[in-house]
Design a protein around this ligand. Sequence first.
Ligand code: SF4
Length: 301
Amino acid sequence: MDIERENHKLEKRLCREVGRAIVDFNMIEEGDRVMVCVSGGKDSYGLLDILLKLQQRAPVNFELIAVNLDQKQPGFPEHVLPEYLGKLGVKFHIENQDTYSIVKRVIPEGKTLCSLCSRLRRGILYRVAGELGATKIALGHHRDDILQTLLLNMFFGGKLKGMPPKLVSDDGRNVVIRPLAYVPEKDLARWAEVRQFPIIPCTLCGSQENLQRKQVGNLLREWDAKFPGRVENMFNALQNVVPSHLLDRSLFPFETLCATGEANEDGDKAFDEEPCAPPAAAGADGNPSWVRPVIPITAGD
Ligand code: SF4
């Protein structure tokens, strides 16, 4: 297949998946003013790009306003985003706030800067959303961010918790949406190449990327390469939760559970064999190894 057709398919897939997430979670409604947070990374460029395309054909009218927070990191190329956004013709706002100096001053040398930096950024973006009259704040997190968060919460937080596609902000004043929730990161990486987004590196602050998140990201990429379908299945599982088969007593009334006296064809076959038992290799007789007759071992064998 030639590159152009391949790119066209990718564009269609991106629009379809973003549109599906918007509909599934009722992310954007008539009259919304959506503030799209654009950092200069591939994901947020992709988000803005696809939302602009969808805006042309959506059944509802909504406004888009791109917002970049210039955190005054050394070497941040401050002309790049205004130039790019100006050429696109989209409304935009650059918020200048020197959180870099605050973080550097407060956090001791050698400690990771990210948690304070993100907290400051979040607060500023929520304030800006209010000032701009935005009704929704769109963030560029994608499917793999959601899965990484799920695994990190399981491994280190003791919680079965991912990243919501839509939520009310912690100050209660904003609705935050993640329209890329269904989009795999590899599609965004490819789209960034196709569209030649002027990427601004995220390492300007000199802080280390979260090592655990990086490791989990590598693990997902490895699974995706070795076991096609596994990552998709994990993501589907997030949309197919069975509280009666987990152990959270607040989600299922185990205490009051009693026999109904009625058979249920779709009910759980509690004593059936594990559906996921690995298939045994068939022997020469065609039987899996565990049903082959046991040949007694005699002396001299
Ligand atoms: S990598 Fe730098 S800019 Fe990004 S959250 Fe961490 S400290 Fe902030």
